[in-house]
Design a protein around this ligand. Structure first.
Ligand code: SF4
Length: 217
């Protein structure tokens, strides 16, 4: 069991899958920069996180339910948890954009499901992610592959956060939509690393040539 003080945020899993450096900048260095995309996303979540519930004919909807798993050491809040008349819980998460190639949204939803399983003692088989841009609900099955990936992500994220070291940037397309781009400066750091690498290689080449020439004398 993980002590309360060492629980990691469910949102950190999503950040880690997107980019480990982004996760470290936010959760180790406590840096957060809002951009248009994050502001819009936060607006959607603010509405959903106002802890309340409403009953509909087909289910009860609980908004902003606090979640945690002491076994896995994670905590957070759901946007919505639906409870059917049969007592089945189904998490629903709101996202601004559209489904991602990487599993960053599904890993966060699966983390919620694992918390709900521990809290309710009931299996959680499925959930949904509603994407506002395309106005579609993605059905997510919590199969073994997604559960394994989520548990692996929790352990990698924990190891990085406990190590307290922010990884160096790796520039890629995802950096274009990253809210921390201006603070991270991935291209600049990458260039510096490339220059240092070049200088190191030149230096070791020169040293080995000098050693060779001294050997010939
Ligand atoms: S700018 Fe790129 S490397 Fe830097 S935190 Fe964002 S995604 Fe990661």
């Amino acid at each position: 069991m993980v002590p309360e003080s060492e629980l990691i945020m469910l949102s950190a899993l999503q950040h880690y899958v997107f980019c480990p450096r982004q996760c470290a900048l936010i959760h180790i260095e406590q840096i957060w920069e809002e951009n248009g995309l994050t502001a819009e996303g936060r607006g959607l979540h603010d509405r959903a996180h106002s802890e309340s519930a409403e009953s509909r004919p087909d289910c009860r909807r609980i908004f902003g339910m606090p979640l945690r798993s002491l076994e896995l050491g994670i905590t957070g809040k759901s946007d919505v948890v639906m409870e059917t008349p049969e007592g089945v819980f189904i998490p629903l998460e709101y996202k601004r954009g559209k489904p991602k190639v990487k599993e960053m949204d599904t890993v966060q939803l699966c983390g919620q499901a694992l918390c709900l399983e521990e809290m309710t003692g009931k299996p959680i088989q499925e959930g949904y992610i509603y994407y506002f841009r395309i106005r579609k609900r993605l059905h997510v099955l919590f199969d073994q592959a997604l559960r394994d990936f989520t548990i692996r992500t929790i352990s990698e994220t924990r190891a990085m956060l406990e190590g307290g070291k922010t990884p160096l940037p790796v520039y890629s397309k995802r950096c274009e939509s990253c809210s921390l781009n201006d603070l991270c400066r991935p291209e600049l750091i990458q260039k510096k690393l490339d220059i240092n690498d070049y200088l190191d290689r030149m230096l070791s080449k020169e040293l080995s040539e000098t050693t060779l020439q001294e050997g010939i004398k």
